[in-house]
Design a protein around this ligand. Structure first.
Ligand code: FAD
Ligand code: SIN
Length: 530
């Protein structure tokens, strides 16, 4: 067993930033299941939202976030997010994050559903630049020890407290003990066959927390990004929303712009609205992809602003300066997660959660673009500053455990079929019949788990976590009999006041949690005019 003062699981923006803000005299372990650099954070494109322009205000950013969240944001959390944003940005600038500038000042761009230009960016690879700077800083700190290719298997819970994690490290089970354990394991969008996320996003943190009896919240709210590159047999590479903010158009196969038929803001309508509009339009036309046309942006601006997208498209034989490129929606972001308070504390003593794996209350039923990296920074900083107040008591050594068994045969079946099942039965538009069929299949696969014949290699462990998380996501989607934000039920298409509650899940139990600061209305409805 290895003993530290704090243990962080995950090396995205949330994990790295937490490591940098915990007390410098603590010994900190940061474990991550792949290489340090592989995370959604590293893949982030559009940018980070913050109020920096004199014509903008905290109130406007708060209201934009609350409107996108469709009545389920916690106002107190949103205010923390928005009001602490500028300081976190100045810290990043100080750390050397190379945000784009215009005439020497930080350049701000517009993204859908933001009422002002407030998105800081580093071309179209903001995440890569952010992670580069954070990694360099983390690697230079002598009190932070990095463990790559180390997979957290489960929380180590004893006497009602978290003492660290049990992990798979160099082919063995190893315990990492710490009085402060921080889950920063990112999202779960890889349970869907079409996803913008890297392969590490299998919901491990959610599964570990659930197995430890921790409260999870709002798992039905999965954000589908409207525009991911859609080519046969190719992973869905994200085409940033920022391209629409800069003037790109979405066209159907006839070359017509159609989004204004669904919402007055057209290309700049909220993300859930655009994704559903594309989905409905494709269904009506019997087609699989729409097109995004960069040409209104102009060749020079495109080269400057979107070199990463340009390169990725070129590598696939597409020239964005000459032709519209095929895109379709893909699962992108989990609004729900491990419930935390405003200091990142979960319902289990000794356990904190931060970043996409957490549910702080800032995103409600639908996240506003570029608020996620911001959430990672703001709440990581809060954890770092307040965790010192946690009484540091150390666990006694954990028992040695045997070698891990190899993968069982059914793992391959689950890994292959589960993502398609989630997409088909719990995608952009859901209904009771589809969710029920999907859950029945998941329950059948779950019985395989109960046989005990289950490997402990990485694939088996991720399959097990995905199976569990898929059950929770579909179960939550079935539980919520209304449509709100990113959760659309064809059989309950209205947003209902009675459902202006969070979905809490622990064990097999679903329940409603009132908002601490209920907001009247605030929902965005899709104007279907087919
Ligand atoms: P991640 O960055 O996903 O990191 C999770 C980490 O946990 C990884 O290191 C992973 O290996 C590790 N991990 C997971 N499970 C385990 C385990 N069992 N054991 C050990 N380690 C584990 N948001 C914005 O605000 N602006 C954007 O422009 C933007 N663009 C995006 C573009 C793309 C393509 C994607 C996918 C997302 C984008 N997002 C954006 C969303 C945002 O990037 C993520 O929500 C955010 O980066 C999540 O950060 P995180 O630190 O919580 O998780
Ligand atoms: C994008 O660049 O479109 C992604 C932004 C986000 O997810 O916030």
């Amino acid at each position: 067993m290895q003993q530290f003062d704090a243990l962080i699981v995950g090396s995205g923006a949330a994990g790295l930033y937490t490591a940098l803000h915990l007390p410098g005299h603590w010994q900190i372990a940061l474990i991550t299941k792949e290489d340090l650099a592989l995370s959604s954070s590293d893949w982030a494109q559009g940018g980070i939202a913050a109020v920096l322009d004199p014509t903008d205000s905290f109130q406007l950013h708060t209201e934009d976030t609350m409107v996108a969240g469709a009545g389920l944001c916690e106002r107190s959390a949103v205010e923390v997010l928005v009001e602490e944003a500028p300081e976190r940005i100045y810290e990043l600038v100080h750390l050397g994050v190379g945000f784009d500038r215009y005439q020497g000042r930080l350049d701000l761009t517009l993204e859908a559903a933001h009422s002002r230009k407030r998105i800081l960016h580093a071309r179209d690879a903001t995440g890569r630049e952010l992670v580069r700077a954070l990694m360099e800083e983390v690697l230079s700190q002598p009190n932070i020890t990095i463990f790559e290719k180390t997979l957290a298997l489960d929380l180590w819970v004893d006497q009602g407290r978290c003492w660290g994690v049990k992990s798979r490290h160099e082919g063995r089970v190893e315990y990492f003990g710490a009085p402060v354990t921080v889950l920063a394991t990112g999202g779960a969008s890889r349970i869907f066959v079409h996803s913008t996320n890297p392969p590490v996003c299998t919901g491990d943190g959610l599964a570990m927390a659930w197995r430890a009896g921790v409260w999870l919240r709002d798992l039905e709210f999965v954000q589908f990004h409207p525009t991911a590159l859609s080519l046969p047999d190719t992973p869905r590479f994200l085409i940033s929303e920022a391209v629409r903010g800069e003037g790109a158009h979405i066209l159907d196969s006839r070359g017509e712009r159609f989004l204004s038929r669904y919402h007055a803001q057209g290309e700049l309508a909220p993300r859930d609205v655009v994704a559903r509009a594309i989905y409905l339009h494709l269904k009506a036309q019997g087609e699989e992809r729409v097109f995004i046309d960069f040409r209104p942006i102009g060749a020079k601006r495109m080269q400057e602003r979107f070199p990463n997208i340009d390169q990725m498209c070129q590598a696939r034989g597409l020239d964005i300066s000459q032709e519209p490129i095929p895109v379709a929606p893909a699962a992108h972001y989990c609004m729900g997660g491990v419930q935390t308070d405003l200091l990142g504390r979960t319902s289990l003593t000794g356990l904190w959660a931060v970043g996409e794996t957490a549910s702080t209350g800032v995103h409600g039923a639908n996240r506003l673009a570029s608020n996620s990296l911001l959430e990672c920074l703001v709440f990581a900083h809060r954890i770092g500053n307040h965790a010192e107040q946690a009484a540091l008591t150390y666990p006694t050594p954990a028992p040695e455990t045997p070698e891990l068994p190899p993968a069982a045969d059914h793992v391959a079946t689950i890994l292959q079929k589960l993502p398609q099942l989630c997409w088909d039965h719990c995608g952009i538009v859901r209904d009771r019949a589809g969710l029920t069929v999907g859950l029945a299949q998941l329950h059948h696969w779950q019985t395989w788990l109960e046989t005990g014949d289950w490997g402990a290699d990485r694939a088996s462990l991720e399959a097990r976590n995905q199976l569990l998380v898929a059950n929770l996501v579909l179960g939550s989607a079935l539980w919520r009999e209304e449509s709100r934000g990113a959760h659309f039920r064809a059989d309950y298409p209205e947003t209902l006041d009675a459902w202006q509650v969070h979905t809490l899940v622990r064990g097999e139990q679903w329940s409603a949690q009132s908002l601490t600061t209920p907001e009247p209305g605030g929902s965005v409805t899709l104007e279907v005019k087919l």
